[in-house]
Design a protein around this ligand. Structure first.
Ligand code: 2HA
Ligand code: ZN
Length: 270
């Protein structure tokens, strides 16, 4: 067996959590990431039949039976993942019934996966239907996005249009727009179901007064989606209340869609 501490997926998790912490997106135990790993990328490092312990998932993730994920731990700090990945991360395999996660590696102090596992697994299920290449679900609490949820109407069309209007790159990066949930209790199956419902249509979902979810085929795509929303939200918050001299028009957005061959949510314009 190769040394798992050299596995590319461990490096991706430690580098990404460290970067997110430094950006201020993941205070204390805030935020979580789940990354679906193709079995052949895991077997050089781990015997995927060797189960350390079984942990109930709290719901039946049947469609993900046999799938392997590396997931941040509950109560763990992104700040600490890089210095102790084996305690702060875990590799789990979803059982046949979907209601148990078989721990293959990690959570070394007896811990378990993020409390947001329902939202993650239900979102993986929906995003895989939309795009079989989807691998990552990422959740965090970026400042400007969060601030915006206090002062902007939390309507999907209006919020997306505002963010598209903040900078030229927005619509190029997220032409499919942003789903919005009202404030809800986090860590529950209910918020998981509601998030996954939005993930049928969107790769980005904002939880009002809480944070953001992103989905993508790899870390760069997923991180890039959230980073771009956060940048646009920053523009909004930096200029909120100031008189606007210039603005991106619907026609500008249509021109971008044409130039970049984007399938945009046309009904979010006008
Ligand atoms: O895991 O961010 O939503 C901490 C959270 C809960
Ligand atoms: Zn959160």
């Amino acid at each position: 067996m190769k040394d798992i501490f050299n596995a590319p997926f461990i490096k991706e998790m430690t580098e990404t959590t460290a970067l997110m912490y430094k950006l201020g997106w993941d205070e204390r135990n805030g935020g979580n990431i789940s990354y679906m790993l193709d079995e052949e990328k895991v077997t050089p490092y781990l015997d995927t039949e060797d189960v350390i312990r079984e942990i109930p998932t709290g719901f039946a993730a049947k469609e993900l039976a046999g799938k392997i994920f590396i997931v941040t731990g509950t109560g763990k700090y992104f700040k600490n993942v890089e210095k102790d990945p084996e305690n702060n991360l875990g590799i789990i395999k979803i059982s046949e019934s979907g209601d148990t996660a078989q721990l293959l590696w990690g959570y070394s102090d007896g811990g378990r996966f993020t409390s947001e596992l329902p939202a993650h697994l239900m979102s993986h299920t929906q995003r895989l239907k939309a795009n079989p290449e989807n691998r990552i679900i990422m959740h965090c609490h970026p400042d400007y996005t969060l601030a915006m949820t206090q002062v902007h109407e939390m309507d999907e069309k209006k919020l997306t249009r505002t963010l598209w209007g903040q900078m030229t790159e927005s619509i190029v990066v997220f032409p499919d727009g942003i789903g919005v949930l009202p404030w809800m209790v986090c860590g529950t199956n209910d918020i998981g179901i509601a998030t996954a419902e939005k993930m049928k249509k969107y790769r980005l979902v904002i939880w009002t007064l809480h944070g953001i979810y992103g989905a993508g085929k790899d870390m760069d795509e997923t991180f890039g989606l959230i980073e771009t929303v956060e940048k646009a939200a920053k523009q909004y918050m930096l200029t909120a209340g100031l008189p606007k001299e210039n603005a991106i028009t619907d026609d500008n957005l249509r021109a971008l869609a044409k130039a970049f061959n984007l399938t945009i949510r046309e009904d979010f314009l006008g």
